[in-house]
Design a protein around this ligand. Structure first.
Ligand code: ADP
Ligand code: NA
Length: 350
């Protein structure tokens, strides 16, 4: 295959955290900057995914803008990548319906994300989510992976850069693409490959056995890419570690310390050859000194992103240019998605 189509998405849940940055966004920028002229890149703010849980309209509008600015601030360039809001490209919803008519309920019931969002056990079935004792399972949350499959398949995607938590959904996408192709004797959909970035899973600072997440109620559990130096220092200082003497890298036995080592290493890979090596360099250092060093490395590396973010926000205050940028991105996405939908409709007899 001589061309590459890269697609990925992120929910508009405000300014991204270090997990999003190290696990996904930084990888997107790297792919963009290394792309040749046979590579097309699509990065979507997936607002239709965001509404699978209740959203306040005013807040969603603000979060969408903050995410757009964040994508520009980390280094995505609208001249090289198609950057757009999912809801501005109606083909996503249209293809989702068509794929829904091919998706297996059984496969969807085994997916773990709707269960974790409703705090249900991993072996729960859709019927366990009854409104009586648990929050109701909405159809949109249950069928989230079908919309995600539509997002990816609309652009003839060959590669999807994501964090480890999304690997299961991409497996589902490949399966759905194959069963659609088989049912209609066509090759209209590619089976995209998953690209995991080296920082597969950044953990919460306050509970390092859980992934760092925007939906965590504790704001001290995550560092945002716009956090000022003193905020970064405070959050890392209060990160949960353990009382074992010395520093060692062991993600199971010492998750808190290992997460700090990972964060420092992946923020700036020039500090050591590997996280293990970095931990060895710090083995006799106090927890307090380690935390100070981690905060310093995070601040130094995130500072340009924070500055650019603030500059773009200020420029938009003056020129109101972001709306036009977003419309232009959506227009480019729409023309690609529209061509794919013409083929799909014809295959379906629609
Ligand atoms: P969140 O999980 O915080 O709601 P999204 O679902 O919008 O974030 O995920 C956006 C991207 O960030 C995905 O590619 C996801 O795999 C990645 N990601 C999210 N959290 C982490 C994390 N803690 N570590 C690594 N990657 C992450
Ligand atoms: Na990743």
């Amino acid at each position: 295959r001589s061309y590459k189509n890269i697609f990925s998405g992120i929910q508009p849940t405000g300014v991204p955290h270090l997990g999003n940055y190290l696990g996904a966004l930084r990888q997107w920028v790297k792919l963009q900057n290394e792309a040749d002229n046979k590579t097309n890149l699509y990065f979507s703010i997936v607002d239709l995914h965001a509404i699978t849980v209740h959203q306040n309209a005013e807040q969603l509008r603000r979060w969408r803008k903050e995410m757009l600015v964040s994508l520009y601030a980390v280094g995505l360039d609208p001249a090289r990548s198609v950057i757009f809001c999912q809801s501005m490209v109606p083909q996503h919803s249209e293809l989702m319906w068509i794929l829904s008519c091919h998706a297996s309920m059984g496969y969807l019931s085994r997916m773990t994300q709707w269960k974790s969002k409703l705090s249900l056990p991993e072996n729960a079935s859709p019927l366990d989510a009854t409104p009586k004792d648990k929050p109701a399972l909405r159809l949109g949350l249950f069928s989230y992976p079908v919309l995600q499959a539509a997002d990816v398949l609309l652009y003839g995607t060959t590669h999807v850069p994501v964090g480890e938590d999304q690997a299961q959904h991409l497996e589902f996408t490949r399966e759905l693409a194959a069963s659609f192709n088989h049912a209609h004797s066509t090759t209209v959909f590619n089976q995209p490959e998953t690209i995991l970035s080296p920082a597969k899973r950044v953990m919460s600072l306050t509970n390092p056995t859980k992934k760092m997440s925007k939906s965590d109620a504790d704001v001290k559990s995550r560092i945002l890419i716009t956090d000022e130096k003193d905020v970064i220092e405070k959050k890392i200082k209060s990160a949960l570690t353990d009382s074992i003497e010395g520093v060692a890298y062991d993600r199971d036995a010492r998750p808190g310390v290992s997460n700090l080592i990972d964060i420092m290493y992946y923020m700036d890979e020039s500090v050591a050859a590997s996280p293990e090596e970095l931990a060895r360099d710090f083995k006799d250092v106090s927890m307090r000194a380690l935390k100070e060093r981690v905060a310093e490395v995070v601040d130094k590396n995130i500072e340009p992103v924070r500055t650019t973010y603030n500059d773009i926000m200020a420029k938009d205050e003056r020129d109101r240019y972001l709306t036009d940028e977003a419309t232009h991105g959506a227009w480019k996405a729409k023309s690609q998605a529209g061509r794919k939908m013409e083929v799909v409709r014809s295959i379906m007899g629609l």
